[in-house]
Write a protein that binds this ligand. Sequence first.
Ligand SMILES: [Zn+2]
Length: 460
Amino acid sequence: MKAISSRRPFGYLLRLARSGRVPADDHMHVVDALDKEGPYDPPFWMPPYRGRVGPPALPGTDGHFDHIPVDDRTFLSAHTYAAARRVLDVWEALFGRPITWWHTATYPSLELLPLIHWDNAQSGSGFVELGARQNNVGELHRFCLNFEVIAHEVGHAIAFSEVGVPDPDHLNGEYLAFQESFSDLIALISVGFFESVLTKLLERTHGNLYVLNLLNRIGEMSETQQIRLADNETRLRDLEGLRLDSGGVWTDETGAGRNAHDLAQPLTGAIFDILVEIFQDRLAQRGLIPAGADARGWTREEAQTALEWFERRWGAVFFRFEPEFRAAIVEARNVVGGAIAWVMNRLDPNDLTFARIATLFLEASLALGQGGQIAAFREIFLERDIVPELRAPQSRIRVPGRMARVAPPRSPCFADRIAAGQRARQLAKMRQAELRAGERRAFRVDRLLRRAHRGAGKLR
Ligand SMILES: [Zn+2]
């Protein structure tokens, strides 16, 4: 992790350092706010934070921060900075150019607040702030130590900066859902850039990505609790009755209180399925898995059965083939990451639709050498009820760094994401119950038919 970049005037960075606002670089700086009660609430309360700040995290003589003990307060600052900076580095590489914050005219540098008194996390104009909450085993979970939570919030900042914000008359629910979905995907792809994560992922799953694993558990809070799963089963038809009214308020006819985080799920799920498709296609091409092993639509039980197959087939020799599995996941990560950047580069925020995103995603896949897979990718979107446009309108190439026209709608991400995750799991359970009920009905009818047959021809 680099300590201080020289791209901004030295005097500016020196002022930040003197005021304890470090680590810092040309895009972001950390403020360890000691007494910040609650979240910013623009336009009433906005950065910069003017209260007491904790001791700064300082680099060693080599410019690195890895000498700081993990139980030291300044570790929180160092970790927050490292995670946020890593995400930006990954996405600047995927875009192939620097990213300019949408709020750069007012706030050229993103203020990162590692720990405020709030049980949530959010990003907004010029800031990312993180609180803490107890997880399901009673441990206090500080979000600044959770890479995915930070990556999701920085993801919002990237999506706002690259796609912009719709004009008020052209804001719709799909735009807000796109924000949540792409922030999750930005987090997921960013995690995939850690070699250590890929090693652990392959060790644990032996190549079956549908088994609960590090990559699809976005926002892991404990061994068993996470905010939501990327490999959800939600389709758009499951979200009927959910709409955003002209005042920007969600109404849910079902009374379940759903919102953008719920509407995001089919899009996130489809793109995760495409990632797995690319991964498995490459493995099939190398003869490492049977060509027909189409894992899409597998239930968790089927995935478990498949894992057992993997274990029997590869368990003893898996590590001999590990480089092939690793290359496959790296390719899938790079294609999906590149496609996400491509989509954001061309997406118009006004009257945004999932159909448009899917169309751009397919265009990107073609450009990234996935021509042979387009039909399969299209099918994946269709399974989520997302229908790519037949003929794509002329792509709008965005000028980097375009300023947003209005302030983006904000929502405290964390609580909403947990609730949406719970609803998705409930929905999946309901669907399973429905399927089982359907099976039972079919079974009853089948039994009746067979009974009728048994009765037929019987001599009375
Ligand atoms: Zn969010």
